[in-house]
Design a protein. Structure first.
Lengths: 170, 36
């Protein structure tokens, strides 16, 4: 069984604007399980000034952290190659600065061995993820990897301006 | 004839659903959705 504390930092330039985030997804690697079960799954989000993470989880945040998903039992399905975590509480990303998505889970229970869902990554400049195999670890290992993921929600309000002229001839 | 012009500026605010893609697929790794 495994447990985890994990952070990924997503850059402002990658998100591209303000967004009310209501879900995020990972690409499941081919050939892995159709679902994954967890005894506890906790996700929080918060801002960061860092483009490369440090080893100490809490030091990577630059502002308030919001719990967006907190389930004592969770099952995440591999749906056509995507594993989606719908947030309990939407997170307002202002469009300024970077975003940290933090995941903690504790699989110290009796979860069968055939339900893993592996995800896809790419190489990245800087340490974009940090993790440790304990959900309560204060610090973790750094890796220059970035998961292939989708952040879903309502993009910020688009502003368009137009003028109209109404002429009245009398 | 009298011409009256009314110029109106209207700002339209709209929100749209989006899926922002981050990263790409180069290799698989264990976290963050591995079970055992």
């Amino acid at each position: 069984m495994s447990s985890l504390r994990y952070q990924v930092v997503v850059l402002e330039s990658e998100i591209g604007g303000a967004m009310l985030i209501d879900a995020f997804s990972f690409e499941a690697a081919p050939g892995t399980g159709q679902f994954s079960m967890f005894n506890g799954y906790h996700v929080c989000m918060g801002p960061s000034d860092l483009a490369g993470l440090g080893t100490v989880f809490n030091d990577n945040y630059s502002g308030d952290v919001l719990t967006v998903y907190d389930h004592s039992q969770a099952t995440h399905y591999n749906n056509n190659g995507l594993v989606t975590i719908p947030l309990d509480t939407p997170y307002w990303y202002s469009g300024q600065g970077n975003l940290i998505i933090e995941i903690k889970y504790d699989d110290s229970g009796s979860i069968p061995d055939n339900q893993s869902v592996y995800v896809m990554y790419c190489a990245a400049e800087g340490n974009r993820i940090v993790w440790d195999y304990s959900p309560e670890a204060p610090a973790g290992q750094l890796y220059p990897f970035l998961p292939h993921m989708f952040i879903s929600g309502d993009m910020s309000l688009d502003t368009s301006t137009f003028g109209s002229i109404k002429a009245i001839f009398q | 004839m009298r011409l009256t012009g009314i110029v109106a500026l209207l700002t339209v605010l709209t929100a749209h659903a989006a899926d922002v893609e981050i990263g790409s697929s180069q290799f698989s790794y264990l976290v963050p959705l591995c079970g055992p």
